[in-house]
Write a protein that binds this ligand. Structure first.
Ligand code: MN
Ligand code: MN
Length: 261
């Protein structure tokens, strides 16, 4: 199975700081830098499994942008390839999941994040980066949703999650991840603020007390199915230090590509 790498430079659905729209070309340049190895931890060369890429601009209008994202994911799945997307803020995941549902039906999702992203609306925007998983649940895109790394959950999101059988785990509960729920079709969504800011300072909403890079690689190695798609979102290059977070994103591209191949 081949993989298409997509860049979604969108951050107008962020509630606080712009910046994630700058991330895709930075991640791409690190991936193809002569200073970095192309190999995953398990020894897969990402250049052999990511056979195409699409880093085209998106429309400035939010509705048109989401439609364009869904259309590009649909193109990939119709070509019997798997989409591996880099954001962009987390709002890009809802239009991705709509197209994934059209191709695969409801999917199981591993969602790494400091936040639940289950708000009904945020700042009057139902498509904010605080809302993608609420919209995806309402649309029937998700079978099991397993959230890992949470550490800023309000009572409303807690209640919504409980009502919809979302598994909500803090960064101290990695031994409780129900891998049995993460069988195929499996999708992986990684918000880089799920990591501790010590490992990933380049995010708009840093929350100390998060996962290490090693924690995430360990979780990925235990997944019982090969993901049919994945995204890595919320890199904010304007907050990053010495490209530390961008390097984490590039590492995750290589590891996810190895798992998806
Ligand atoms: Mn987050
Ligand atoms: Mn998020």
């Amino acid at each position: 199975m081949t993989i298409t790498l997509l860049g979604f430079p969108w951050d107008a659905s962020s509630s606080y700081a712009r910046g994630p729209a700058l991330a895709p070309p930075i991640i791409r340049s690190l991936l193809f830098s002569e200073a970095s190895s192309p190999y995953s931890v398990s020894g897969v060369d990402f250049r052999e499994v990511i056979t195409s890429s699409d880093f085209a601009d998106l429309p400035e209008n939010a509705d048109a942008c989401r439609a364009a994202i869904s259309a590009r994911i649909a193109e990939v799945t119709q070509a019997s390839a798997k989409p591996l997307s880099v954001g962009g803020d987390h709002s890009v995941t809802y239009p991705i999941l709509r197209a994934i549902k059209a191709a695969h039906g409801p999917v199981n999702i591993l969602h790494v994040d400091a936040h639940t992203d289950l708000y009904d609306e945020f700042g009057g925007d139902k498509y904010s980066h605080a809302c993608p998983f609420a919209r995806a649940i309402e649309d029937g895109c998700i079978d099991n949703l397993v959230q890992v790394g949470l550490r800023s959950v309000g009572p409303e999101q807690r209640a919504f999650g409980k009502e919809h059988d979302v598994v909500m785990l803090g960064a101290d509960a990695l031994d409780k991840i129900p891998y049995k729920k993460l069988v195929g079709p499996l999708y992986v969504s990684i918000d880089l603020d799920g990591l501790d800011p010590a490992f990933a300072p380049g995010v708009s909403h840093p929350e100390p007390g998060g996962l290490s890079t090693r924690d995430i690689l360990s979780i990925l190695s235990k997944l019982p199915a090969s993901p049919i798609g994945a995204d890595i979102v919320e890199l904010n290059p304007e907050k990053d230090i010495n490209l530390a977070t961008a390097h984490v994103a590039a590492r995750l591209v290589k590891e996810l590509a190895a798992l998806m191949a």
